[in-house]
Design a protein around this ligand. Structure first.
Ligand code: SF4
Ligand code: ZN
Ligand code: ZN
Length: 319
């Protein structure tokens, strides 16, 4: 197997383009894919400060690493935020990895511990609120990332959602006929002054298997064990298996769907952008209280949005 660019030792074949790359040209291929995505969808502008949510999994580790490489070319800065979910050994391993990443790319790392913030880790919070762990995890991380980015006056929050994840959400929302939900999968969701920071997905066109190959070939550390909250037979995970198998028989199918979705975005109903603020924490909410304040009120007897915002204000970088 020979690299399609330099004729050197090929290590990976890209089925949807039928190209073969050596290690160096594969890494450059992924980096240029992310850069094109940032330029094409205007995800980042000169002088921006981007908060990168890093869990320690391969997606967020690659995201932080590649964004750091692009930051001098595209002239922006980044800081890392890790939410420690209080999941025992898994969380300890995740912390190790995010410390390692921040040292490698030499960017400030902020760590927020759920136990320090609320007195509860994710499992206890899930039991006390009567909700599945992954749903609580989503609410908590979204709230903390947004509140932290507002405190830091950041331009955007970058998350590690990849093409495979986004395709799963797209098909799931289609099956449910939630067309507004599909339109929220665009690579950039603009923020609203003072209540919500812009969210960007620079890995929008990168398959999950490409990210794993990038992490391994670049020699990056990432958490390899499964999160204790992972449930294999959810609709999301069944769809992921199905779509991955389909894409391997029809290479590039998911990439084509994502690109055509972007072209068709105007045809989807626009999610309501009416600004409504949570009566407790003042952040964006679709009802009187935001989902984080409702969740904490149910689990702890008190809505914690404002308390958490104040604690995040005084958070200092680690190390
Ligand atoms: Fe959170 Fe569930 Fe993912 Fe674990 S598997 S990190 S609990 S969303
Ligand atoms: Zn090559
Ligand atoms: Zn709130």
């Amino acid at each position: 197997m020979r690299c399609s660019i330099c004729g050197g030792n090929g290590v990976i074949r890209i089925p949807y383009s039928r190209r073969i790359y050596c290690r160096r040209h594969f890494l450059e291929f992924i980096e240029s894919k992310v850069e094109r995505c940032i330029r094409r969808y205007r995800l980042i502008r000169n002088g921006d400060l981007v908060v990168v949510g890093v869990s320690g999994g391969k997606d967020s580790v690659v995201l932080a690493y590649v964004l750091d490489k692009l930051s001098s070319v595209l002239d922006f800065d980044l800081i890392l935020l890790h939410v420690d979910l209080g999941l025992g050994v898994y969380s300890i391993e995740s912390r190790d990895v995010v410390y390692w990443v921040s040292r490698v790319i030499r960017k400030p790392l902020y760590i927020v511990s759920l136990r320090d913030l609320l007195g509860y880790g994710l499992p206890e919070l899930a039991i006390a609120s009567g909700r599945p762990m992954c749903s609580v995890c989503g609410i908590v991380k979204r709230f903390i990332l947004n509140a932290f980015a507002l405190e830091k006056n950041a331009s955007s929050i970058a998350t590690g959602h990849n093409l495979t994840d986004i395709s799963v959400y797209m098909v799931k929302e289609f099956l449910r006929q939630n067309l507004e939900g599909i339109s929220k999968l665009y690579p950039r969701i603009d923020g609203i002054d003072g209540v919500a920071v812009t969210r960007i997905r620079p890995l929008f066109e990168v398959y999950e298997w490409e990210l794993k190959a990038y992490a391994d070939l670049a020699g990056l550390r990432y958490v390899r064990t499964r999160c204790p909250g992972y449930e294999p037979f959810t609709l999301d995970n069944n769809l992921k298996q199905m779509l991955t198998a389909l894409d391997s028989k029809h290479p590039g199918l998911l990439l084509m769907m994502a690109r055509r979705f972007v072209k068709n975005i105007e045809k989807y109903p626009n999610p309501s952008r009416e600004v409504s603020k949570c009566s407790v924490c003042g952040l964006l909410s679709s009802s009187d209280k935001c989902s984080f304040c409702r969740l904490t009120e149910k689990a702890l007897g008190k809505p914690m949005g404002m308390v958490v915002r104040e604690k995040l204000r005084s958070l200092r970088p680690t190390g």
